[in-house]
Design a protein around this ligand. Sequence first.
Ligand SMILES: Cc1cc2nc3c(=O)[nH]c(=O)nc-3n(C[C@H](O)[C@H](O)[C@H](O)COP(=O)(O)OP(=O)(O)OC[C@H]3O[C@@H](n4cnc5c(N)ncnc54)[C@H](O)[C@@H]3O)c2cc1C
Length: 312
Amino acid sequence: MPLTDEQRQEIETERAATRPTRRATVPALEDILYAAIPVLDHGFVRVIDYMGDDGAIVQAARVSYGKGTRRVSEDAGLINYLMRHRHTTPFEMCEIKYHVKLPIFVARQWIRHRTANVNEYSARYSILDNEFYIPAPGHLAAQATTNRQGRGEVLEGDAARRVLDLLREDSERAYAGYAEMLNEDEAGRPRDPAWPGLARELARMNLSLNFYTQWYWKTDLHNLMNFLSLRADLHAQYEIRAYAEAMLDTLRRWVPLAHAAFLEYRMNAAAISATGLTVIRRILAGEAVEQKASGLSVREWRELMSVLQRKP
Ligand SMILES: Cc1cc2nc3c(=O)[nH]c(=O)nc-3n(C[C@H](O)[C@H](O)[C@H](O)COP(=O)(O)OP(=O)(O)OC[C@H]3O[C@@H](n4cnc5c(N)ncnc54)[C@H](O)[C@@H]3O)c2cc1C
């Protein structure tokens, strides 16, 4: 996560300033406000701003005039109830804004979550940094044989070395081509005064998907939990999951009661089909149920068995 000295200084200046407010603030989130949480080799997530806390959820649910909160146990009970019964609008009363630096291929998955406000770094206006993602050796895996969207065994030895060399060489060559087409040095002066250079909006097109981009991403708590339930899930691609896991920790700091309810009723819970429930009932009744006679497809059977054996 190479931040420049100037960027580090800007973050420190923001973190040193405090402002009086009548609004609810959350000390555990204030502790990490603006700080860059490292993700992958050059990425990060920073909480830039937020509105509301656990109290804002119960306040909206009770449509109260004051804070609306009662004893912590009562508030927790209400938040659990809302989460369990998908009474979602009180969660929409809280908002959070992140600054994220992420590889372009992760951004392409992330941007599919439409219920957020996004402003991305403009590569028409600015020059992209020479920063690209190279997976750590432990995350360099072969194509899964059972799941077309997944990873199999970790690559080792010559195969791993060759992949890393290819990724690094291709990325370096792409950036060298980008810099040559731009014909600009870091101060914006032409490298070759005899050549006009290509527009930034065109020169960027040869960069590969592992180059880093950045954006501000703002969403409400309800949609943040939707995002996390899909992207912090074990089936999500490791690279976006790494971001989601960092954000899960910001959720814990921000709204601990909603976070606990989210883990209990969504992240560590499971949706079971009607046939799946029948299978569970038969197993509980002591019947030796087999996939073929269960009414479930092989894939559904595998998924149900993995849910039943899964540890939170
Ligand atoms: C494991 C995994 C694999 C995936 N594979 C693919 C893939 O192969 N190809 C691919 O294209 N995508 C893929 N996706 C993306 C996926 O289809 C969703 O686009 C993405 O997860 C965003 O989810 P969402 O629509 O619920 O989120 P959001 O866009 O944040 O929407 C939240 C909810 O708002 C509602 N909503 C938002 N916009 C609309 C709208 N225009 N119309 C109606 N309702 C709306 C829906 O109820 C939606 O669930 C994959 C996602 C995951 C997690």
